[in-house]
Ligand binder design. Structure first.
Ligand SMILES: NC(=O)c1ccc[n+]([C@@H]2O[C@H](COP(=O)([O-])OP(=O)(O)OC[C@H]3O[C@@H](n4cnc5c(N)ncnc54)[C@H](O)[C@@H]3O)[C@@H](O)[C@H]2O)c1
Length: 670
């Protein structure tokens, strides 16, 4: 197919003649059949809603076809409209456009739906089992068409995958504003999501899927490496043990699949349980797992040998995590660091496979006997927690990996609450990411080279390493460890061969680092050292982007962790400071109704305008969260904010006076 053909097909949008039906590819990783939640009347509404995208002459054929899709899969994906061209990141100028910024957005959307990147590409799911880019293929086609037509004086509006349309705006406004899953708070339960999604009126955008900022597994490898490295440091602080550590967790899926690779980079032995053989195979063929073992006796022996050999081997255990924890307790294997990355943000629809029944049987029960399946999940979680408690009594450091494990285990009635009514274990953000990274402004900054050329990515790696190298020289002691970890990461990044899909890179950096790197890129684009624009962005899982009481804001202790002002303000602030696109989501990571999160994308094109926008927007995008974390009395954030106010004219933030705890005690006892 020529580039001209590709462009023509994008511009076509919904085709004038009905494309041929598409065969169902059995070899592909498909989304599980969703719960049959709609009443007969609601099913009619779902079909009527889906037909809105098509002219009348298609309705007769499509009505029956969509009804079958709804009954077979629980959703109407409109498979027939999947385009015939390969969806993937390409050179920005290969896309048809009037606005080059819109072409950059097309590149990002395409990357999120690339077969090599997306988890369930035919169902338009990028990661996390339900992280949707669009709800159906009509939305994809229309969005790409709008983007190809829009000028720099229009803004495209997307409601949960549905392109509402192009609206007149101005050149400094965002080219795109996305919302995902925003519902009235009282209608934000799991079943509400199932219902609204089946009706085709809302979607779960996860964090970066619905904002087109997912860059494949390297994003998560970097974050997981940082988490494991810092978890080891915490252990060393506590018991001064410098020996080879063992990390046990579950999940080899979209994000969880990063665990063995990251453990290898961090230099620890890892055993990750996974029930789905396809998921194991993906990571094994990628080279992220050294060995696959399904016999627990062999596994126990292998772990003991690896310890003796002092070899940081990464092992996939093909089986259920519950059995792994139980059997390791029986074998008295000392687990140093433990976690869980089953998709418990989505516990009833394939995110968590209960112990005691096969993977296939679980998949059957999810739709045929949902109540029995729920009961099995609850029983399994109770068993899992019991076994984890045994390990922790023997010294394991266990943390929740932001997958709603503690929350769902507590809801299941597991022994996970301590005598003061709190969870027995911290979340990784509460203990590691929050106080060690977010409070200082360090978060998952990323960039994508719009030339799609690996040579440009290499240049950006070099520029980023040089930028951080300059900063570290004069940095205070408090942030030197983080800066050195990140310099080490970027220097090794290309050697680690983590690029899947677009030519992208992740690098944890603070406000100063992000601005310095982005400015240096912009200047290199202007001088032709980088051959095309660069998109900058970040994961929503960041300093300011996400309000999530059991994850990103779990180390906020002034009672405000259930508020979502920070995440909402962040998106509004980014939008008028120069972001090319912004997005605001309900749900992401820990589940619908449990988190509000947002993000941005910004195209750097080497212009003076880009330089102004990046400085203004990145400064706000990090310091909003620093200011909030400082107001919550987090010491790292108070330190960072004080430094920031000294060097930034015009920044005046309300800072807390810290009251004496004894005074408070006395005030109530009087
Ligand atoms: N990696 C991170 O830094 C990070 C950060 C935040 C949140 N999370 C959360 O971690 C979870 C996992 O994300 P993902 O993208 O990998 O999801 P995913 O659905 O792609 O993968 C989860 C995997 O767990 C497996 N699994 C489920 N139950 C199991 C069981 N009982 N025993 C063994 N394996 C089991 C599934 O087969 C699946 O492959 C999500 O809830 C996500 O939000 C991860």
């Amino acid at each position: 197919m020529t580039t001209a053909d590709f462009r023509r097909m994008i511009v076509e949008g919904i085709p004038e003649t009905l494309p041929a039906p598409k065969p169902y590819d059995q070899n592909l990783n498909h989304a599980p059949r969703r719960k049959d939640i709609l009443s007969p009347e609601e099913k009619k509404l779902a079909i009527k809603n889906a037909l809105r995208y098509f002219p009348h002459q298609f309705h007769k054929i499509l009505a029956g076809e969509f009804a079958r899709e709804l009954l077979d899969t629980g959703r109407i994906y409109m498979f027939r409209f999947r385009p015939d061209y390969e969806i993937k990141a390409r050179h920005i100028d290969d896309f048809p456009f009037k606005s080059r910024n819109a072409a950059a957005i097309m590149l990002m959307i395409s990357n999120n739906l690339d077969m090599a990147v997306a988890q369930h590409p035919h169902e338009l799911i990028t990661y996390g089992g339900n992280g949707a880019v669009f709800q159906n293929w009509a939305q994809y086609r229309l969005t790409m068409k709008y983007l190809s037509e829009m000028t720099d004086e229009q803004t495209l509006v997307i409601y949960s995958g549905h392109p509402l349309g192009l609206f007149p705006s101005h050149k400094d406004a965002p080219r795109l504003v996305v919302t995902n899953g925003m519902v009235i708070p009282n209608y934000s339960s799991q079943d509400d999501w199932e219902r609204f999604n089946a009706l085709g009126v809302s979607q779960y955008g996860q964090m970066t899927a619905g904002s087109y900022m997912y860059i494949g597994p390297q994003g998560i490898v970097h974050g997981t490496t940082i988490t494991i490295l810092n978890a080891c440091r915490k252990l060393q602080e506590n018991n001064k043990d410098n020996g080879l550590k063992l990390f046990v967790s579950s999940g080899l899926g979209g994000m969880s699949g990063a665990q063995p690779k990251a453990a290898g980079i961090a230099g620890v032995i890892s055993v990750i349980a996974e029930v789905n053989p396809k998921a194991i195979n993906t990571r094994y063929t990628q080279g992220w797992i050294d060995e696959v073992i399904s016999d627990i006796d062999k596994l126990a022996k292998r772990v003991n040998d690896a310890r003796k050999e002092k070899r940081a081997v990464s092992i996939a255990y093909h089986g259920n995590i519950v059995e792994l924890w139980e059997q390791f307790a029986r074998y008295n294997i000392k687990v140093d660091i433990g976690s869980d990355q089953t998709s418990l943000h989505n516990p009833w629809a394939g995110g968590y496979y209960p112990a005691g029944i096969s993977f296939e049987e679980s998949n059957r029960l999810i739709s045929s006997e949902p109540e029995r399946f729920k009961q099995l999940v609850r029983e399994s979680l109770k068993r899992q927690v019991k076994a984890i408690n045994t390990h922790c009594e023997r010294g394991t450091y266990f943390f929740d990996y932001g997958n709603a494990f503690l929350l769902e285990a507590s809801r299941a009635g597991a022994d996970i609450i301590d005598s003061r009514g709190n969870f027995k274990y911290p979340s990784y953000v509460e203990d590691i990411m929050g106080p060690m990274c977010f409070d200082y402004g360090f978060g998952p900054f990323r960039w994508i080279c719009c030339s799609n050329d690996p040579a440009d990515l290499e240049t950006t790696d070099r520029i980023a390493a040089e930028s951080l190298g300059r900063i570290v020289k004069d940095s205070p002691l408090e942030i030197q460890q983080q800066l050195s970890d990140n310099i080490h990461w970027i220097e090794q990044a290309s050697k680690n061969k983590l690029v899947v899909g677009s030519q992208a890179r992740i690098l944890y950096a603070d406000a100063e680092g992000r601005i310095a790197i982005a400015k240096a890129f912009n200047s290199a684009i202007e001088r032709g050292i980088i051959s095309a624009p660069v998109v900058i962005g970040r994961d929503h899982h960041d300093v300011s982007g996400t309000d999530s009481p059991y994850r990103e804001t779990s180390n906020i202790r002034d009672g405000s962790k259930f508020t979502a002002d920070m995440a909402v303000q962040n998106v509004i602030g980014d939008s008028f400071r120069g972001a090319t696109w912004v997005s605001l989501h309900n749900g992401g990571g820990v589940g619908w109704g449990e988190v509000i999160n947002g993000g941005f994308g910004m195209v750097l094109d080497g212009s003076k305008e880009s330089e102004n926008k990046l400085s203004m927007m990145l400064h706000w995008d990090v310091n909003n969260g620093i200011a909030r974390r400082s107001w919550a009395r987090n010491s790292g954030a108070m330190f960072t904010l004080e430094r920031e106010m000294k060097r930034t004219p015009g920044l005046k933030v309300t800072v807390p006076f810290i009251a004496d705890d004894r005074l408070i005690e006395e005030s109530l006892s009087e």
